[in-house]
Design a protein around this ligand. Structure first.
Ligand code: NAD
Ligand code: TYD
Length: 337
């Protein structure tokens, strides 16, 4: 089977491609990515010659780009990771979030209908449920109440997936996951930003009082769940995934500094993010009962190994900070520019 993995040059998508090539026989991956600032083909340099891997530079909002990749590779399944994914950027410039996350999803859904794709999986987020108070969890039945332009665009895409299942009997499923961490995460998100700033002797900017809570999951646990849902999930169903590891932001920042043997003087409390959601936490019992999935990587171990990964992959993140990573495509894929 050949699957189209959109956004495969990003953080979770590139980890997913590594996961499939390592753990799943008989599946070929077509990585379809626009290579925005968040797309980095260096994440896949180790496997780019693998005959089960193909790369297409393309935009999910382009019907022509999407249809040509599907027909050229005889694609039978689609997993849509492609998105604008950073909340702070959605506050500074919201429009591209609606274009990519909503229109892009609809273009993919239309193509899935047209080419009778056997399985479509939409990657969504816990952020569509809004913000929790001090107690309680997000369940699959929790009403959608997105608060940022990012989460509103993801919730809109979720609604389109639902409508295409209901109206056109599209064989689609959907996952909503909590905050991921792990290798290859772009250093604008909390964990890689804090690790790199700590290593570079810069300040660590903590928004507000630092007591906002996220439910952290290692990207490998997430991707194992994505594959379980792709293979075994019920058509039209949506599944919550989470790490069962609620942490305040300041706990994470202090853990990183402590692991690196740095003192806390680098911490700087800064102005809060507008509309900052206070707490996310997932109930993952439904996917546990239905598909037997649960997170396996303990947070402290996963975060320690992630910090060590950034320590041993300094040139990977230095090339991002300098912008050099963006020339990898033109230098290595000359025939496809
Ligand atoms: P990312 O920003 O690291 O990567 C996004 C990728 O999509 C990049 O490679 C980018 O080039 C590509 N892309 C952007 N616009 C595109 C377009 N128009 N056409 C084709 N490709 C395009 O994101 P991520 O953190 O890997 O997240 C992947 C998915 O998982 C997103 O849908 C996100 O909403 C969801 N998600 C992320 C998290 C998290 O903690 N990072 C948690 C839950 C869900
Ligand atoms: P982020 O990694 O952007 O993910 P999300 O907003 O999707 O949850 O942020 C995680 C948390 O860390 C969030 O509460 C905002 C906070 N944060 C900071 O305190 N400082 C920072 O520099 C960043 C990027 C995030």
């Amino acid at each position: 089977m050949r699957i189209l993995v959109t956004g495969g040059a990003g953080f979770i998508g590139s980890n997913f491609i590594h996961f499939i090539l390592k753990n799943v026989d008989g599946v070929e991956v077509v990585n379809f990515d626009k290579l925005t600032y968040a797309g980095n083909l260096e994440n896949l340099a180790e496997i780019e010659k693998n005959p089960r891997y193909h790369f297409v530079k393309g935009d999910i909002t382009s019907k022509e780009n999407v249809e040509s990749a599907i027909t050229r590779f005889n694609v039978e399944g689609i997993i849509n990771f492609a998105a604008e994914s950073h909340v702070d950027r959605s506050i500074l410039g919201p429009l591209v979030f609606s274009e990519t996350n909503i229109i892009g999803t609809q273009v993919l859904l239309e193509a899935a209908r047209k080419f009778s794709i056997k399985r479509y999986l939409q990657i969504s987020t816990d952020e569509v449920y809004g913000s929790l108070g001090a107690t309680g969890l997000f369940h699959e039945t929790t009403p959608l109440a997105p608060n940022s332009p990012y989460s509103a665009s993801k919730a809109s895409a979720d609604m389109l997936v639902r409508a295409y299942v209901h109206t056109f009997d599209l064989p689609a499923v959907l996952t909503r996951c909590s905050n991921n961490y792990g290798p290859y995460q772009f250093p604008e998100k909390l964990i890689p930003l804090m690790i790199i700033n700590a290593l570079s002797g810069k300040q660590l900017p903590v928004y507000g009082d630092g007591l906002n809570v996220r439910d952290w999951i290692h990207v490998e646990d997430h991707n194992r769940g994505v594959w379980d849902v792709f293979v075994k999930g019920r058509q039209g169903e949506h599944y919550n995934l989470g790490g069962m590891a609620e942490k305040t932001n300041i706990e994470i920042v202090k853990f990183i500094l402590n692991h690196l043997g740095k003192d806390e003087s680098q911490i700087k409390y800064v102005k809060d993010r507008p509309g900052h959601d206070r707490r996310y936490a997932m109930d993952v019992s439904f996917i546990g009962h239905e598909l037997g999935w649960k997170p396996q990587i303990k947070f402290e171990e996963g975060l320690s190994s992630t910090i060590d990964w950034y320590l041993s992959h300094q040139s990977w993140w230095e090339r991002i900070l300098s912008g050099d990573y963006q020339s990898y495509f033109s230098e290595n894929y000359k025939d496809r520019v």
